[in-house]
Write a protein of this length. Structure first.
Length: 274
């Protein structure tokens, strides 16, 4: 059984780290939406005629609309994707690293006055809220060892999650993405990010007489890790990761890795250019 105080420790440290993550409202959103900062003129493709810009339409002799960046300050949704492979790790487990990431994001949003919704599966633990206590409870639930071996498949999980995302938001998917994540379509007007939690040993294992690792297909590789086998394993990891990143990009999701050997804040600062 995990130390009962671990979630409390991660909660306190995440609150302190969140003060150094300044991205809500500090930069234009990458998504296009209603209101906010002007982005571009675009040809009218239907919808509300009141959006048509009369001056630009007359100048270009075709109906044009003004497109704006989505509001800079948006609520934050965190979707945790549990799997047994998250229990692996050296300095800290991937599960603990995921909890830090979730905590930093949630507390940073609350510190900016934004709302947060947290999913431990298809259903959110609470609706949109601004209660820091609920973040700690969410972290405690994340750190429990009774994790399912695999998250529900995207074809089942994501349509259910969508029902709760009825407004523009920043959506963060946190997991190790050992299993291919297929079937996602980015929710309208939302920015989605995949925080891929890994340990360096999974991608570059040492030469050992006996080893046991999860390969990129979620299967356990056991046996002697010789030079030839190690090189083959690393090529497989790189190949599968390349496919996964391409799938994520095509789905409108920006991926970034966070290693257990690094500060969890490092990946988030890199993601938001801080």
């Amino acid at each position: 059984m995990r130390n009962h105080a671990l979630h409390r420790q991660i909660s306190l440290e995440s609150q302190e780290l969140s003060k150094r993550l300044r991205y809500f409202g500090d930069h234009p959103s990458e998504s296009l939406g209603e209101g906010g900062e002007f982005a571009e003129m675009a040809e009218y493709e239907g919808g509300d005629w009141r959006r048509v810009d009369a001056h630009a339409s007359a100048k270009l002799n075709r109906p044009m609309v003004r497109r704006s960046f989505a509001p800079k300050a948006m609520p934050v949704a965190i979707l945790f994707l549990p799997s047994l492979s998250l229990l692996f790790g050296q300095d800290r487990s991937k599960l603990e690293q995921a909890a830090y990431l979730a905590g930093i994001l949630a507390y940073s949003a609350l510190g900016r006055g934004d709302r947060v919704m947290m999913f431990g599966g298809a259903e959110p633990l609470w609706p949109w809220n601004r209660d820091p206590w609920r973040v700690e409870v969410f972290l405690e639930k994340m750190l429990k060892e009774n994790l399912p071996p695999l998250p529900p498949p995207p074809s089942i999980l994501l349509p259910v999650v969508w029902r709760f995302l009825r407004e523009p938001c920043l959506l963060f998917l946190i997991g190790d993405f050992i299993e291919p994540f297929i079937g996602w379509k980015n929710p309208p007007l939302s920015e989605s990010y995949a925080l891929i939690v890994r340990d360096h040993l999974e991608e570059s294992p040492p030469l050992l007489p006996l080893g046991a690792f999860f390969d990129p297909k979620g299967e356990v590789v056991e046996g002697a890790m010789e030079v030839k086998g190690r090189d083959s394993f690393m090529r497989l990891v790189a190949s599968e990761d390349e496919k996964e990143w391409e799938r994520l990009y095509q789905s409108g999701i920006k991926p970034i890795k966070s290693y257990t050997q690094d500060s969890p804040l490092f990946a988030l600062q890199t993601l938001f250019g801080r």
